[in-house]
Design a protein around this ligand. Structure first.
Ligand code: COA
Length: 338
């Protein structure tokens, strides 16, 4: 799709729960060790929500993103949340956030694409903005994965954490002077996008999620935990992600060397290293929050992006690749000019 207007990220925000669970803390409640977890994943600790709901975290992240973008909640006309752990089946997480922020003029809904959820939401917002239907979107990725883990399954539960990230995405003025006044000055925004799904392999990373209350069903119990074939997911990630990134670079007419940072879903440090190797890119271009956040599913990409933004790592005109991958199976990559 040819861009009709520029759609840019004009603000970012994130929220991490107060409680930190280290690998050593985990080793006190299950048969594991800091050495096993860190050497295989790069994770040292993760934040786990005790009293914070998914909506609370998402609204905090959203509030910070709006502040960073210099806009009021009433100016938002679209809220899309990527999540698999909303507090309710309905209302959606996005509707809860709308209410908490007072974004009374927004249309709000969730997308479920697991760890690619933020990227699918981001792409959906981009397409809405390109179509001219909306001008200002708040895109969220927020998860309370701790509530869907089997805490007796050490091969899975040690990998995940809770958190929320957000980005304000807006249609931008071409005229630099006008844009400056409205806080919209910057690069050309989203240059290219690509995404995909493979439902045929969905069961390698699954979570049934809720009980069946249908009185006609004889055995309504279903496991509500995340269940994962780690090695199959690993194979999927290291094969699909570099190919998706290469396709999106081709679409944008760019090369690996043109990219300042690869802002990838944070599943595992070995996956990041393998993707870097396959792309022949310097691993230094792959920033990470894995050590202190673990895998936060849909929240990983926007939390990482916000940390980079706050550290001043992103300058006008920088080209970055953002990519998510995970349950579904799903994957999505974008090239963005900051
Ligand atoms: N602590 C200590 N030992 C553990 C453990 C833990 N937390 N979890 C598993 N083990 C044990 C296993 O029981 C197994 O023991 P065994 O050899 O006696 O049977 C051993 O460690 C090796 O397990 P294995 O599953 O072969 O390890 P691995 O090298 O494949 O690493 C993952 C496991 C999960 C780290 C790896 O497969 C992975 O990163 N997969 C991708 C998962 C992912 O990122 N998912 C989300 C994508 S969005």
């Amino acid at each position: 799709m040819e861009n009709k207007v520029a759609t840019r990220i004009t603000g970012t925000g994130s929220y991490l729960p107060e409680h930190i669970m280290t690998n050593d803390d985990l080793s006190k409640i299950m048969d594991t060790s800091d050495e096993w977890i860190f050497s295989r994943t790069g994770i040292k600790e993760r934040h786990l929500a005790k009293d914070e709901s998914t909506a609370f975290m998402a609204a905090k992240a959203g509030e910070k993103a709006l502040h960073d973008a210099g806009i009021e909640a009433v100016e938002v006309d679209l809220i899309i949340a990527g999540t698999i752990t909303s507090d309710y089946v309905t209302p959606s997480l996005a509707c809860e956030v709308q209410e908490k922020l007072g974004a009374v003029n927004a249309v709000a809904f969730d997308v479920n694409a697991a760890c690619a959820g933020f990227m699918f939401a981001f792409h959906t917002a981009h397409v809405y903005l390109q179509s001219g239907i909306y001008n200002t979107a708040l895109v969220l990725g927020a998860e309370s994965l701790s509530k869907i883990m089997d805490w007796k399954d050490r091969s899975t539960c040690v990998l995940f954490g809770d958190g929320a990230g957000a980005a304000v995405v807006r249609v931008c003025e071409e005229d630099e002077e006008k844009a400056g006044k409205k806080g919209l000055a910057g690069g050309r925004g989203i240059l290219a996008f690509e995404q995909g799904s493979d439902g045929g392999k969905g069961m390698v990373l699954n979570c049934c999620g809720r009980k069946n209350h249908n009185p006609l069903v004889k055995n309504p119990w279903m496991p509500s935990y995340v269940s994962m074939d780690g090695q199959q997911v690993y194979k999927f990630a290291v094969g699909t992600v570099p190919a998706s990134i290469q396709r999106v670079l081709d679409k944008a007419g760019l090369r690996v060397d043109d990219i300042k940072y690869f802002v990838l879903h944070q599943a595992n440090i070995r996956i990041l290293q393998s993707v870097a190797k396959r792309l022949k890119a310097d691993i230094g271009k792959f920033p990470s929050v894995l050590d202190h956040c673990g895998n936060m599913s849909a929240a990983s990409v926007p939390v990482l992006l916000d940390e980079m933004n706050r550290k001043g790592m992103l300058e006008k005109g920088d080209k970055i690749v953002m990519a998510g991958f995970g349950g579904g199976l799903t994957w999505a990559s974008a090239v963005v000019e900051w």
